[in-house]
Design a protein. Structure first.
Length: 487
């Protein structure tokens, strides 16, 4: 009997850790040289699809992700969306989908790419999750109890279908556009906090704006800011897009309250792409957010507080969106650099979870998962695609070698990622094409006492990381892509 059980266990391990994409390795390097040598006009297309879950069947509860298990959705407060943008410089074409979701694994992204029709002619597809903590579990960690996955296969299929459909539609809707670049200084006070030392933020708003060359009308935007969409916090049981949804709605439709328009919208389709949120960047219950239009303060975690946060961001963006829409450029050469890499899995929970049926993603080989990094350039902008929640000190600088750290070494994730990126406007997309958890500087890794900065207990973060070398390997791979992509 013991032998049979052991054999069954080994068989289970071989099954769950199998390579779902055997032989897959991406090493993509498409330069911008053709567009620079013979410029063609930029075209852009947008599309959207609703991915709000169906709560009508009590036999199929929707488990909300991001805080703890057994948090079943009780109502839909506002809709969730998949929003897509496709960009084409006449030579290269790539697409981005921004999902109101906790995260999507790399295997799922590869499935989306496999389903894309040849007619879409996409050289590269990027799927980003906002990491919203009031959306259905798409990863498996937040079911009714710690030993049961919270993923509904039907909902997962719906999300993958929406990714394919929106990318396909956006490619079919390509039209001439001007591109505008904006970087808006945004002090974090009253918006978010860093809950782990050292306090380093990636708080500024970065914006790609696309307008009609003839009328100046807004076609859409790609917005980049770093913060966890968890404003309504852990006791919320209503599906919501959190501040991301309020922000998009404010930009498109304006600020409307009690039937009065307090600020006009600009139309268009707006993708929120989250940034460097490790550390952890959050609008926690300790943060008071002021609604700049109602002039009211909100501290307790409510939908009103999430709306106030979305409006705070909108109030900074709207003046830029209403600026002259004909002063951009229609020449934005595209380059695409992407590569597969394998990361060692040192977290025992991440090794046990697949055996228990919680995490359903394959492994490239034993104790190694396959993921992906990318660097895209678009005219004067570059976009680093990070497959997890990267700490801002890796992106902007400020890594420390604090007392109590497990590894007595100088920072290895240097120089800062943003300093190496090409272009004038440098965006960092977190949870891009994968969600592998926190990317923690190795010199700040802390699992054993004494704890960081003299703390009496372990700091939060390592429990949701694949291991202490993940950040180093991701940083190293992205630095290599930055060097390759430099003009």
């Amino acid at each position: 009997m013991v032998f049979v059980l052991l054999l069954a266990f080994v068989g289970r391990c071989l099954w769950v850790f199998r390579d779902r994409n055997p032989g897959y390795a991406l090493n993509l390097a498409l330069s911008r040289a053709p567009s620079e040598a013979a410029p063609r006009a930029l075209t852009v297309g947008f599309a959207r699809a609703k991915i709000t879950p169906d709560l009508s069947d009590p036999q199929r509860p929707v488990w909300l992700a991001g805080f703890s298990q057994n948090r079943a959705a009780t109502a839909v407060h506002d809709d969730l969306w998949a929003l897509a943008c496709v960009l084409d410089d006449g030579y290269r074409r790539f697409g981005i989908v921004a999902l109101d979701a906790i995260g999507l694994f790399h295997d799922d992204v590869l499935e989306v790419r496999r389903r894309l029709p040849a007619a879409a002619r996409l050289d590269y597809a990027l799927i980003c999750a906002t990491h919203n903590h009031s959306t259905p579990d798409l990863m498996g960690l937040w079911g009714p109890h710690p030993l049961r996955s919270g993923v509904d296969p039907r909902y997962r299929e719906r999300v993958l279908t929406a990714c394919v459909a929106t990318l396909t539609e956006a490619a079919a809707q390509l039209r001439p556009a001007l591109i505008h670049y904006h970087e808006i200084p945004t002090p974090p006070a009253g918006l978010l906090t860093d809950t782990r030392k050292p306090e380093v933020f990636d708080a500024d708003l970065r914006l790609l704006r696309f307008t009609d060359p003839t009328t100046g009308a807004i076609l859409g935007t790609i917005l980049n800011w770093g913060n966890h969409p968890e404003t309504v916090w852990s006791k919320n049981t209503e599906v919501t897009a959190d501040f991301c949804g309020y922000l998009r709605d404010a930009l498109e439709h304006g600020i409307v309250h009690a039937g009065r328009t307090l600020a006009p919208g600009v139309g268009g389709t707006h993708l929120f792409v989250n940034g460097a949120i490790g550390g952890l960047m959050t609008t926690s219950p300790s943060v008071t957010v002021r609604d700049p239009y109602l002039e009211q303060d909100f501290q307790s975690p409510t939908h009103d507080k999430a709306r106030a946060l979305g409006r705070q961001l909108a109030s900074r963006l709207l003046p830029h969106l209403t600026a002259d829409g004909t002063t951009g450029t229609n020449h934005a050469p595209i380059s695409i650099h992407a590569r597969t890499l394998e990361l060692p899995v040192a977290n025992p929970v991440f090794l046990l979870a697949p055996i228990l049926g919680l995490l359903d993603r394959g492994h490239a080989r034993w104790n190694h998962l396959r993921t992906e990094v990318a660097l895209l350039t678009l005219g004067e902008a570059s976009l680093a695609c990070v497959p997890g929640e990267i700490y801002p000190e890796i992106v902007n600088g400020g890594i420390e070698r604090p007392p109590g750290a497990d590894f007595d070494l100088e920072p290895v994730e240097v120089p800062p990622l943003r300093a190496s990126m090409p272009g004038r406007l440098k965006l960092v997309a977190g949870l891009a094409n994968d969600e592998i958890g926190y990317l923690i500087p190795k010199s700040e890794w802390d699992r054993r006492p004494p704890y960081l900065y003299g703390a009496s207990r372990p700091v939060y973060g390592e429990v949701n990381s694949v291991g202490p070398d993940a950040a180093r390997l991701i940083h190293q791979a992205l630095q290599g892509l930055c060097q390759t992509a430099q003009p």
